[in-house]
Design a binder for this molecule. Structure first.
Ligand code: AHR
Length: 565
């Protein structure tokens, strides 16, 4: 409770956001004249930020290269202008000792009737391999600043217990510790991102943990690891020095935290060939002062600065957040509106980071994001268990597009959380498992991993409800290592399909294919009895035309297109 109130105090959100504006004449689409008639109702939507200037729409252009279309939604893809790589780590995940994420979700003990490998569920491992999880954050979250890693090594039956004070006050038996987490990472083929305890731990604890995991020497901690059955050190590419230290991680001021980062980080050593990317605790959504102080006082001592932002339908941390499955169009609209706010938040923090780090050497690490609803009725309020509908798929789709479009600064992101907690990609019920709509978005977007971002311009109508509006379409595009172009598009409107005309510049594709994720109602979700209610299907509503392609997005859908030259 104390923790939740802390959030209520800290998390104020701006309601409406600015629109990113980009100029570039659009010399295409002859019959845009039809759409132009309705130009008053049209706004320019989010785009890759090649340039940020007001738009001058040229309504007089007649030398269009794309076949005539009566659509108001126009997309330009600059397939010949890609320069920034979309780090696959933007598609990262987060697993905390919280509710049923670790225990039951991942860990079932080796003697469980649920099929497992050394205590880790096989069904979950198989599902996660398919979305190519690039990086996994652990052990928290708020839990990280109470976690003492030595409690989680050695013979499991002898490990001490603790109370998980943040999350339901349950007893943590420490059966899932360093070896089990790193075994899980190896089983799913992901890079570990370990969060150190700065809030209640010591610099020595952090120093010894890093030595335990990564040293190959004959040193006390490396030898202890060997005694516990692991001869070779692990590679630990990412290490966070504290979590939410403005709140659950110690209620610190940014100045106090910055000094503490400098101290603790000194003891995070690089052993052998292991090189650690050090992440400092960043701001809570709108708090730009935190970013300013950290950039100024810590600067190049960190490699990454984190940022946390959650989407609540009501925006109310201390009261009703909104139900995951029982909502009307009002909350559909407000949820997507608040999810899109991520773009402004990134812009605001980027502007400060640019001031101190114009070379963009320090990465923005959005290591917690996603929807946060009221817990499922009847479940433990401290376990943050929620269902996930097609609305969550849209939140994931637009957020990942936003990250792609900001890949010059956003170097990693971790959705909260992997299994059974908040916007999970997997839900379990004892031996049963289901894949949520969010899982399928991650699966469809794997094509963007390490691809080159292609700048886009997008003009679309607003989706309005009452006096609120959001852009109806959201997109990003990339070119992969084989030269294929991938475009991911979201239609936020739950009632209307949208037809898009795309001017594809600098590429002449021969083949276009697509997949779509949509559902009959806004509330549709997968259940343990009906696990395939929301699942991607082949998509045919796209076709190549001279100079580009056309596509019609169904209402409330996420579409992934592939273009091959
Ligand atoms: O993801 C749940 C919690 O949200 C994390 O433990 C904390 O860091 C954040 O406030």
């Amino acid at each position: 409770m104390h923790y939740i109130l802390g959030h209520a105090r800290n998390r104020n959100r701006k309601e409406d956001g600015e629109r990113t504006m980009i100029t570039k004449r659009i010399q295409l689409l002859t019959a845009i004249a039809l759409g132009i008639a309705a130009v008053a109702a049209i706004s320019w939507c989010s785009v890759a930020r090649a340039e940020e200037r007001p738009i001058a729409l040229d309504t007089t252009t007649t030398n269009a290269t794309v076949t005539a279309l009566s659509t108001n939604t126009q997309l330009v893809i600059h397939a010949d202008q890609g320069k920034n790589i979309i780090s696959r780590n933007i598609y990262g995940h987060f697993s905390e000792h919280l509710g049923r994420c670790i225990y039951e979700g991942i860990w079932v003990e080796p003697d469980s009737a649920i099929p497992n490998t050394r205590g880790i569920r096989n069904d979950v491992v198989e599902a996660l391999k398919k979305i190519k999880v690039p990086v996994l954050r652990w052990p928290g979250g708020c839990f990280a600043d109470e976690y003492h890693w030595k409690d989680g090594i050695g013979q499991r039956e002898k490990r001490p217990s603790m109370i998980n004070t943040h999350w339901g006050g349950v007893t943590e038996n420490n059966h899932f510790g360093t070896h089990e987490f790193l075994d899980f990472c190896e089983q799913i083929g992901t890079a570990p991102y370990v969060s150190g305890n700065l809030g209640s731990g010591t610099p020595q604890e952090i120093m010894e943990w890093v030595e335990y995991m990564t040293s190959d020497a004959s040193s006390p901690m490396a030898n202890l690891r060997r005694e516990n059955g692991r001869e070779q050190p692990w590679k630990i590419p990412f290490f966070a020095v504290g979590n939410e230290n403005w709140g659950c991680g110690g209620n610190m001021t940014p100045e106090f935290y910055a000094d503490n980062f400098r101290r603790y980080n000194t003891f995070v050593k690089n052993y052998g060939s292991n090189r650690i990317y050090r992440v400092a605790c960043g701001s809570n959504g709108g708090d730009t002062n935190w970013t300013e102080v950290l950039m100024k006082n810590v600067g190049q001592r960190m490699n990454g600065l984190s940022l946390h932002y959650y989407t609540l339908p009501t925006g109310n941390w201390s009261g009703k957040k909104g139900s995951a499955t029982e909502f009307g169009e009002n909350q559909w609209h407000s949820t997507l509106r608040r999810a899109l706010e991520m773009n402004n938040i990134i812009n605001n923090h980027s502007a400060i980071m640019d001031k101190y780090d114009p070379q963009k050497r320090i990465g923005m690490i959005v290591d917690e994001w996603g929807t946060w609803y009221d817990v499922e009725p009847g479940s433990n309020p401290g376990f943050l268990y929620q269902q996930s509908t097609i609305r969550d798929a849209l939140v994931a789709g637009v957020t990942l597009n936003i990250f792609n479009n900001h890949c010059d600064r956003v170097k990693m992101a971790n959705i909260a959380q992997l299994i059974n907690v908040l916007q999970a990609v997997i839900l379990t019920d004892k031996e049963k498992m289901l894949l949520t709509p969010t899982y399928w978005v991650f699966e469809m977007y794997t094509v963007h991993h390490d691809a080159t971002l292609l700048p886009i311009e997008l003009k679309c109508a607003d989706y309005e409800l009452g006096d609120k509006k959001v852009q109806s379409v959201n997109a990003s595009a990339s070119r992969d290592k084989d030269g294929k172009i991938h475009v991911t598009l979201c239609n936020l409107n739950p009632n209307q399909p949208v037809e898009i005309a795309c001017d594809l510049q600098g590429a002449k594709p021969r083949i276009i294919t697509g997949r779509v994720l949509t559902a009959p109602t806004m509330q549709t979700h997968n259940t343990f009895d009906q696990p395939n209610n929301v699942k991607p299907a082949d998509f045919k509503d796209c076709k190549l035309i001279t100079g580009g392609f056309t596509v019609t997005l169904p209402s409330k859908s996420v579409v992934a297109l592939e273009l091959v030259e």
